[in-house]
Design a protein around this ligand. Structure first.
Ligand SMILES: [Zn+2]
Length: 356
């Protein structure tokens, strides 16, 4: 079904941000969960999303501006795009957290949030944080999918706006199913992430940012996202508990805002999924965060109109921000994880979700 017009709402994401869409006062209570839901009239537009080239430009500008930030090319995509990591390593003794976005190329708002977060790190406010925690941000890992530069057809994808975004990489491989392989056998994007991040640093925490479909709900309300810790039986229970603490920090931050509603993601136990495989292989505490609604897909119920963009980007920024603060001040080690025992699994109001 491609009934939505290819009309172009020529408002750029940057201008939406500049207009204060992300300021707390502009956020109606319950907006993400109850509000903007694709209704057949809302435009689904990719032209407002940051392109790969714009992202690279942005990262280079931030690096020039920020003394603490080092930008590194960690490898190349199938189509030869340089893959980047933004690193803040002040002291190798500090705990280290990694954020990765867009293993699935059609899940872009988490990247927009990560870029905003990087800008925040350049403001004086985060100085104390950066002295006590090492941060590595890997945005848009599946750069080819994000740009729709893939070796398969995107003709049936629903979004308008000049570019399509695909879940899989240019070879049509799902990067979040590569995690149980020998590193040398992985697709280039996953291999870059392993060789130059996971093998190179002693990582303590990792948040893997994704987007799910639009129809998931708890207590009959649409959720703004869902979270899950590693569930593979081979993961050390202490690592699982640390992961639950990471989840608790994020959960309490989002819930405290009034506009977020999180459910528990009903995820698999396979080591081929990053949440499980990275925890198992490296004893890294991991959290899967699935934001509501994808940027593009051939299956319309997965795709969310742009009215929710501001909230979902904000949700990403709050997630990253809360995690680094709680690690920097050590409060993450004492956080109460009991909410996990009562957090309802989200259920799907309409159709099955695509996997994490
Ligand atoms: Zn995903």
């Amino acid at each position: 079904m491609k009934m939505m017009g290819k009309n172009v709402l020529t408002v750029s994401l940057a201008s939406v941000l500049a207009l204060g869409a992300l300021s707390t006062t502009a956020l109606p209570v319950g907006a993400v969960g109850n509000g903007p839901n694709y209704n057949g009239n809302e435009s689904i537009q990719t032209s407002m999303l940051t392109t790969y080239e714009e992202m690279v430009d942005y990262l280079k500008k931030q690096e020039a501006r920020q003394e603490a930030m080092k930008l590194e090319v960690i490898g190349q995509s199938v189509k030869g795009r340089d893959l980047y990591a933004a690193k803040y390593i002040s002291n190798e003794e500090n705990p280290t957290i990694v954020f990765v976005t867009q293993q699935h190329g059609n899940e872009q708002l988490a990247t927009e949030g990560a870029l905003e977060f990087i800008k925040h790190l350049g403001t004086g406010k985060t100085k104390n944080v950066l002295q006590n925690v090492n941060i590595i941000v890997v945005p848009m890992l599946n750069a080819d999918g994000a740009m729709g530069d893939v070796d398969f057809s995107t003709n049936d994808y629903v979004a308008a706006g000049g570019r399509h975004l695909t879940r899989t990489n240019a070879n049509d491989v799902d990067l979040n199913r590569e995690h149980a392989k020998e590193i040398i056998d992985m697709e280039p994007e996953a291999r870059a992430f392993y060789e130059n991040i996971l093998e190179k640093y002693k990582v303590d925490y990792l948040i893997d940012l994704h987007h799910q479909g639009t129809q998931s709900a708890i207590n009959d309300q649409y959720v703004s996202g869902s979270i899950l810790y590693p569930t593979n039986p081979n993961v050390d229970p202490a690592v699982v508990e640390k992961s639950r603490q990471l989840g608790a920090v994020v959960y309490h931050q989002i819930e405290s805002k009034g506009w977020g509603l999180l459910g528990k993601y009903n995820g698999g136990t396979g080591s081929n999924i990053g949440r499980n495989g990275i925890a198992e292989r490296y004893n890294v505490a991991t959290l899967l965060f699935e934001m509501r609604g994808m940027s593009d897909h051939f299956y319309e119920p997965y795709v969310l109109g742009q009215k929710s963009n501001g909230y979902l980007i904000r949700q990403s920024v709050e997630t990253l921000d809360a995690a680094v603060k709680a690690i920097a001040d050590g409060s993450i080690e004492n956080v109460d994880t009991s909410f996990w025992d009562t957090l309802p699994f989200q259920r799907n109001k309409a159709s099955e979700e695509e996997g994490e």
